[in-house]
Design a protein around this ligand. Sequence first.
Ligand SMILES: [Zn+2]
Length: 350
Amino acid sequence: MVEITPEVRKQLDEAKKQCPFCKIIAGDIPAEKVYSDDKIHGVLDINPWVKGHVLLMPKEHYPIMPYIPAEDFKHLFGKLPKFVKALKKAMLSTGANVVIANGAVAGQQSPHFLIHVLPRESGDKLDLYGFGKKKEIDDSQLKQAVHMLAQNLPIMMNNHFQKNPAEWRKQDFRNTKHLYEDEKVICTLPLNPQCVGHLEVIPKDVKDFEDMNEMDSAHIFYAASICATAVFEGLGAQGSNIILKTGHSGDNDGKVSIHILPRKQDDGLELTGKPMSSKPDNKKVAAKIADETYIVNLKEEKKMETIEIRREAEIMSEKIEKKKPSSNGIASTGDPRKDEIAAAIEAASR
Ligand SMILES: [Zn+2]
């Protein structure tokens, strides 16, 4: 992780003045907003690869992933499962990808760190992340990389846990057959590596990404980020892509995993989507998504309360229909709070 010293802070503040995404967050450049809380801002991509293509970004200006401090990292990646769930619901999609490009060589076009969130379904023509074909890879280079990663990843993860202690971490997985393993993830080579250093982080016992809690989601992205740093430092990569696959689409069968691919100039990998030929009506799409994402940052108790009030309101409205109207037009339930809810529903439906 990059330490934000006063000098780095100064550089970031300078970069911020020129950054179009900081201007979008400030509201100085218009964009179709789909989500916002105290740390995250989400808008629709103006050149979507698929319908409902969202750009989620930290409100602070960070150029690449390693700059994001722990608190912001945990919030951003902790909220992702609920965000993906809301996005899938809004777009009626069966799967999703979360795509991160670190560095221009990996397809990063913005000076501001962005997360692409893509609702996916079969036949959506975005066939980039299947990784089904074997690529020609130098065997001795691959072996060297595996050796380097098996040595370094556990050390790097250990350093990470020293800075961010985790209560659940009790077991010692040193003699694992994977490059790295802990209670929650394994890090391994994918079935068909697309380049030397292509890694896969697989969460244990997880069926749907969107059901993961905040801590577990932040952890798999920490593991992916540390893999990206390891290939960046150890294999001389110039950038990296981090790609989460979940649910069903033309290039995924329901499995949840994160691919990490080190990138070099002219490596022949195609991991960035192309703008759709006929653009969807982003205004309508944004309204649909924003209708679902309000739930992302609701606290659990608050969510329960909201659901309870909604349920009560539903029961009340059924009762009102059955009962005869009283003098004010609304049947009394005998409970002042419920009467208030009933009156509010009545007022809203007029
Ligand atoms: Zn910015």
